[in-house]
Design a protein around this ligand. Structure first.
Ligand code: ADP
Ligand code: MG
Length: 380
């Protein structure tokens, strides 16, 4: 299954969005245009659906409704999210899920549902507030998505949302997890517990996935020879062997890997893990341009057998220059006074004309994401 359409009202810097999604989506736009906020819609739904999560926690973790609701919204409207799920390669949605959220004006000022609806095909199978909700308004502070005994008819979408993965691997966190104390973040977005994730996979699968990564690293990283998983005093580690004139000196642990190597390992691992939606934040960071230019093909090859959807944000011309990317896979974010707009680049005539003239997607699209007065930056 993939998420084939997203409709947003008043979600962070998106006042009004209705956009179709392909199985591979590239989100581009200026700094602070809302790329991460767009990915956060899916993380938000995951945080509602997962065990130990729920609506209240998902909202609190984001600093409350006032942080979520669009600043450009008119007086007290609700935040609304609707997503459509389709089978891979089909356009008719198998399910639709829609919620509206508002904050109580009195008492504990908790977020509550103004509606929660689920359609299976064309049948409306959940329509809240229902008569039980009307008798007991307290019920509206929880979604049925988060309740095992209430989501039986749409468990499939609960499972899908629960398993969404977001990755924005920060190499320093992975290298020195004990230096970064404090509670772990939900879903481990920055890869602090990445080694633990590797350790939890069964031996056979882990070996197979690491061999694939090894093959890629041999191509991407000079002198790279071998890649292994080890455990020492119960702690998981990654170990690489490099060609070196002193044979013993060629071994390195993850804390000595380069940032780019670690990010590439994180990317390649995550692509193989699971079959729910994968959200990748700027996978080009710390990587050489030649490697970045191969990321779209890598994703295509690894996602195809699993029929898995991937949405990534990027600022990289190298990445978008891949000729295999079609314009309707690239979404361009355009900030306006009335919130950010999201447009498929295939709907922008100038970009299509440039592509017809032989210009690559990266060169046609990314210049539109640079600040208008960029030259003034040097005046400091
Ligand atoms: N509730 C909100 N209403 C309007 N804008 C918001 C809201 N919350 C965050 N923003 C804006 O969103 C921007 C950050 O978006 P972000 O997704 O981090 O950008 P990007 O990832 O594209 O760099 C900031 O400019 C911030 O002011
Ligand atoms: Mg961002």
């Amino acid at each position: 299954m993939i998420i084939s359409r997203v409709i947003l009202k008043n979600w962070k810097n998106f006042k009004d969005v209705d956009i179709s999604l392909r199985d591979r989506v590239f989100v581009v736009g200026p700094n602070a245009s809302g790329k991460s906020n767009f990915l956060d819609v899916f993380r938000f739904l995951r945080d509602i659906a997962k065990p130990g999560g729920g609506l209240q926690k998902a909202v609190t973790d984001r600093g409350g409704i006032s942080k979520i609701r669009c600043l450009a919204a008119r007086t007290f409207p609700d935040v609304e999210i609707e997503i459509h799920f389709s089978e891979y390669g089909e356009s008719m949605p198998a399910f639709r899920y829609s919620i509206g959220i508002k904050q109580e004006t009195r008492g504990y000022r908790l977020p509550y549902l103004t509606h929660e609806k689920v359609w299976s095909g064309n049948d409306l199978i959940l329509d809240r507030p229902d008569k039980d909700d009307k008798k007991d308004r307290e019920r509206l502070i929880q979604t049925h998505l988060e309740q095992i005994n209430a989501n039986k008819g749409f468990r499939e979408i609960n499972k899908y949302l629960e398993n969404i993965v977001y990755l924005h691997l920060l190499p320093q966190l992975l290298k020195h997890p004990s230096s970064f104390t404090g509670p772990d973040l939900p879903g481990d977005p920055f890869g602090k517990g990445f080694l633990d994730r590797i350790s939890k996979v069964n031996d056979k699968t882990r070996k197979a996935w690491l061999r694939k990564i090894e093959t890629a690293l041999k191509v991407a990283v000079p002198q790279f020879k071998e890649f292994n998983y080890t455990e020492e005093s119960g702690r998981p580690h990654l170990e690489a062997v490099y060609d070196h004139w002193r044979p013993k000196a060629g071994k390195q642990r993850e804390d000595q890997f380069s940032d780019g190597t670690l990010r590439l390992i994180g990317l390649l691992w995550s692509l193989q893990e699971g079959d729910s939606l994968l959200l990748l934040e700027e996978p080009e960071l710390s990587l050489n341009g030649a490697i970045v230019s191969k990321i779209p093909a890598l994703i295509y090859n690894l996602q195809k057998p699993r029929k898995r959807q991937i949405i990534l944000t990027s600022h990289s011309t190298d990445l978008l220059n891949d000729r295999g990317i079609s314009l309707d896979e690239i979404l361009l974010l355009e900030p306006t006074h009335e919130g950010t707009l999201i447009k498929p680049t295939s709907n922008i005539p100038e970009i299509r004309a440039m592509m017809d003239g032989g210009i690559s997607p990266g060169a046609a699209i990314l210049p539109r994401t640079k600040p208008r007065n960029i030259n003034q930056l040097t005046l400091f």
